[in-house]
Design a protein around this ligand. Structure first.
Ligand code: SAM
Length: 250
């Protein structure tokens, strides 16, 4: 039986493709691509001739059966998205879950991914983090998404569209408070790569003041909540009493 290879592609710098990714794309019987035109351009750049067919959110389910049949007949196939790692806010989940269920071999290659690239360079805690995917586009859903994360102690990582960054930052401030530390990583691996960091209020001000900061691809990261001390939630009289008692302690 064949293998389905998941092949990451660059997120902005064409030199970031791995040797193994190129060798895999070169050797497979066909490549399933989110956007065939985009992928053909990429393959042309590396001088790879391959059969490419479309596999995106809208046809993944229809394509799955044929693709799995092909793998079972012995073809090796590769899955790529437009940029970065397949399945990370990109198509492929249904195919991979079906392959796993049917016992078809799946081999993921490591490679470019905006989440890990942004996080590793942000200067926020990286020991534990929560990847939230895209910030919800509609204001009501966005506030619901953010409100559910207010007490999350792990570093939060979001994908965001440049068109919504200002509106989103306003909601982030409303929800998490303007003092929460954040980092906005923009245009990673590209010519105008920038990291803006500071409090949510100061980052929002910088983005507001400079329209260049409202362009390109971006990852928004937020420090996790610092756990409230248990006695912060006591009523004021109890806190005063506690203070007096604490003062009496040796
Ligand atoms: N599969 C991709 C990955 O592994 O990162 C992500 C695909 S998702 C459809 C696209 C989003 O990823 C963008 O809207 C942006 O939030 C983020 N992204 C992709 N490339 C980026 C880059 N070079 N700099 C900053 N963010 C990027």
């Amino acid at each position: 039986a064949g293998t389905l290879y998941l092949v990451p592609t660059p997120i902005g710098n064409l030199a970031d493709i791995s040797e193994r990714a190129l060798a895999t794309l070169q050797s497979v019987a066909a490549i399933a691509a989110e956007d065939t035109r985009h992928t053909r351009q990429l393959l042309n750049h590396y001088g790879i001739q391959a059969q490419v067919f479309a596999l995106h959110d809208h046809n993944e389910r229809q394509q799955a059966q044929g693709l799995i049949a092909r793998l079972q007949q012995g073809d090796n196939l590769a899955l790529v998205s437009d940029a970065g790692t397949p399945l990370i806010s990109d198509p492929g989940y249904f195919i991979v879950s079906q392959c796993r269920a049917m016992g078809v071999k799946v081999v993921p290659l490591p490679g470019p991914c905006a989440v890990t690239t942004a996080l590793s360079g942000a200067g926020l805690a990286t020991d534990r983090f929560c990847f939230e995917g895209f910030v919800a586009a509609k204001p009501q859903q966005r506030r619901k998404q953010l409100n559910a994360l207010v007490d999350e102690p792990r570093t939060l990582v979001f994908y965001e569209s440049p068109h919504r960054i200002l509106a989103s930052l306003t909601d982030f401030i409303e929800c998490f408070g303007g003092d929460r530390q954040c980092v906005l990583a923009r245009e990673l691996t590209k010519q105008f790569e920038t990291f803006l960091s500071g409090s949510l209020s100061s980052v929002a001000e910088q983005v507001q003041a400079d329209s260049n900061q409202q362009r390109g691809e971006m990852v928004l990261m937020l420090a996790g909540a610092t756990p409230a001390k248990a006695h912060d939630s006591l009523p004021p009289e109890a806190q005063q009493l506690l203070q007096r008692l604490l003062a009496e302690l040796p």
